[in-house]
Ligand binder design. Structure first.
Ligand SMILES: Cc1cc2nc3c(=O)[nH]c(=O)nc-3n(C[C@H](O)[C@H](O)[C@H](O)COP(=O)(O)OP(=O)(O)OC[C@H]3O[C@@H](n4cnc5c(N)ncnc54)[C@H](O)[C@@H]3O)c2cc1C
Length: 366
């Protein structure tokens, strides 16, 4: 049977960063993904904050400098603003530096960078389970691993297989493409457009990404209907290329180590619940998992080092974001209260909330 120091399952942002960190740390590394084309179909809003904005949210500047890099060729549009739109159309705008990327190109670029560092990349190669030191592939083959990194997304096979069951809140998500006026800001809609959740329009190079996410579907309004209502009510035009998927927005788990398996990214429930953004935390947790896996293989360092590292970088902000999200969800299910609340805290309060400063200081609307 073939054997590797580290087998990484899933070549999304978490898995590709894990594979690169592992191989650069001296471990023989195999990176597997079940997709025929990496990054496709796109199931994402494709927005990323700048490294500076990320460092404002997370207390780990050195980790961000090491692991959070957006390949320039994958950038669609630089953005400078976020606008939050209330159920009655009031707009609250504040500065937020970031960009939209092509996830189709982004995931490929990160995976090929890991490959360029020496990881072996195989796809399509699905994994159906992990048993002790054996990773079972969909074609029946098995690969031996000293450490397994489960980076296989919100419905993680690895997590299930190793008995990992974090408290999960899965948002139902739908995303699509529209022809829309292009600007240098991203728009988030709250209230009846996505009851208890949020909807968005993010500009890309020549069109825009539109979508929404909700915890529970309102009666008689399935996801497609919510999306149709959103584009109709805001005069956004016909949609194409719809995809549906999930985002875990619950609080972060206590531990991400199970025997010889480590979990990262969506598989580990590491998403910023206030906005559903999970790419940066996937990259950072993947990097830390890969480093811990390599350290274990090289010098016998305990895999629990991974828990210490990701908790120091991510636990408190993710936990705070989940608390803010739970609070907002209660208000967000009643449009008049939500609209009033948004007017009350204004643009600067919403800005503070998105930056996880809670409760926000009150300021003026813009
Ligand atoms: C509609 C939508 C909009 C979003 N918008 C944003 C946004 O604008 N900004 C942001 O930061 N985040 C956004 N997110 C969240 C973000 O997409 C995820 O947090 C991020 O992709 C997590 O990265 P990951 O590597 O952990 O998992 P994924 O990107 O899901 O990658 C997992 C990989 O594992 C592979 N895989 C799965 N199962 C197996 C298996 N059994 N065997 C082998 N391979 C497997 C998959 O093919 C995939 O390539 C959005 C999510 C959704 C659904």
């Amino acid at each position: 049977m073939e054997g590797f120091d580290v087998v990484v399952v899933g070549a999304g942002p978490a898995g590709s960063l894990a594979a690169r960190a592992a191989v650069e740390g001296g471990a023989t590394t195999l990176l597997l993904d079940h997709r025929a084309e990496l990054g496709h179909p796109v199931q994402c809003g494709e927005f990323l904050p700048s490294a500076r904005e990320l460092a404002d949210l997370l207390p780990c500047p050195a980790l961000i400098a090491a692991a959070y890099e957006v390949p320039a060729a994958t950038v669609q549009r630089e953005t400078r603003w976020m606008t939050c739109i209330s159920p009655y159309g009031h707009r609250f705008r504040f500065p937020l530096e970031g960009c939209t990327v092509s996830r189709r190109a982004f995931d490929k670029a990160l995976a090929h960078r890991a490959e360029g560092s020496g990881a072996e990349l195989r796809y399509p190669a699905g994994v159906t389970g992990v048993h002790d030191d054996e990773v079972v592939l969909a074609d029946g083959d098995r690969v031996r691993a000293r450490v397994v990194v489960g980076a296989d997304g919100p419905l993680s096979t690895v997590a299930r297989s190793v008995g990992f069951a974090p408290p999960r809140v899965l948002f139902r998500m739908i995303t699509a493409t529209i022809d829309a006026p292009l600007g240098d800001g991203i728009d988030l809609y709250f209230g009846r457009d996505a009851p208890g959740g949020y909807a968005w329009v993010f500009p890309r190079a020549f069109d825009a990404n539109v979508g929404l996410g909700v915890a529970t579907l309102p009666r008689s309004r399935p996801l497609d209907r919510l999306l149709d209502d959103l584009v109709r009510d805001h005069g956004l035009g016909p949609v194409r290329d719809r995809t549906r998927w999930w985002v875990p927005v619950g609080p972060p788990p206590e531990s991400l180590v199970r025997g010889r398996s480590l979990l990262a990214g969506d598989a580990a429930n590491l998403v910023m619940a206030t906005n559903g953004g999970g790419i940066p935390t996937a990259m950072l947790s993947g990097w830390l998992a890969g480093r811990a896996a390599a350290g274990h293989c090289r010098s016998g360092a305990p895999l629990a080092d991974y828990d210490r590292a990701w908790r120091a970088a991510l636990f408190r902000p993710l936990e705070r974001a989940a608390r803010i999200q739970r609070f907002s969800e209660r208000i967000a299910s009643f449009d008049p209260l939500l609209a009033l609340g948004m007017r009350y805290i204004g643009a600067s309060g919403l800005d503070e909330m998105m930056r996880l400063r809670w409760p926000p200081r009150l300021g003026r609307n813009s």
